[in-house]
Write a protein that binds this ligand. Sequence first.
Ligand SMILES: NC(=O)c1ccc[n+]([C@@H]2O[C@H](COP(=O)([O-])OP(=O)(O)OC[C@H]3O[C@@H](n4cnc5c(N)ncnc54)[C@H](OP(=O)(O)O)[C@@H]3O)[C@@H](O)[C@H]2O)c1
Length: 259
Amino acid sequence: METVMTDTHTPIALITGGSRGLGRATALWLARKGADVILTYHSNREAAEATRAEIEAIGQKAEILQLDTGRVSDFPDFAARVRQRLQDVWKRSRLDFLVNNAGQGVYQRFEQTSEAEFDSLVDVHLKGVFFLTQALLPLIIDGGRIVNVSSGLTRITLPGFAAYATMKGAVEVLTRYLALELGERGITVNVLAPGAIETDFGGGMVRDNAEMNAQIAAVTALGRVGQPDDIGGALSSLLMGDTRWMTAQRIEVSGGQGL
Ligand SMILES: NC(=O)c1ccc[n+]([C@@H]2O[C@H](COP(=O)([O-])OP(=O)(O)OC[C@H]3O[C@@H](n4cnc5c(N)ncnc54)[C@H](OP(=O)(O)O)[C@@H]3O)[C@@H](O)[C@H]2O)c1
């Protein structure tokens, strides 16, 4: 059974929501650094297939699996599918890296936020991260790495993100507790908190709303909003860089937004 990474060991990363946006960018960065990837998508299989083709063009293996990270009852079956795929494609029983990235945006002022909107965020951004990590833990090598994707909105406050940022804040606390308990197996657990990035997220508002884009750029030290590659580079470095002694940390990758 594999436990530590060696020079000849090709790492395998599982990225939730790896079909588009930040997950896709991270998958491509990891592939360029020599990792293979299992990426999940929710409903956009076409985007997942396109990302898989891009990874294969780089020369790495990629597998795609459908998953709704808001449906905890599906996780045992999902873990079984991951186990089977690891065996069939890699003749291995474990993954090296888990990236809890999948998620949807809900932009709603506090007073108008419905219980259904709140619950959808709890399901995907909190329960999903908690129980998917639990379900996949037996499939992660000792000495592996987990990164949970949070948001700059846990540090800076903007109207309309109370429920969303509350979930991300919870994930940051969860990360420290996971780091403590999983440290026994040499697994590191960190949070990467992106600032505003131009993706489809939240209806593409950072990318497509010129006024919002300019406002964020004006309060960002590096003078622009982020691109998916800005996150893919940083996140892949957390997984494949010399960061093995770094755990329980929140790393913000925002170009210095709202300092
Ligand atoms: N973009 C930003 O400005 C920003 C800033 C801070 C943090 N974040 C966080 O970064 C993460 C990725 O965001 P993004 O900007 O890359 O978003 P995105 O471009 O909208 O991509 C979202 C990804 O998550 C998947 N997904 C959505 N809901 C899902 C569900 N219920 N179950 C499983 N997968 C689901 C999507 O799958 P399909 O393709 O099948 O729909 C897609 O792969 C999220 O956790 C978000 O909160 C984003």
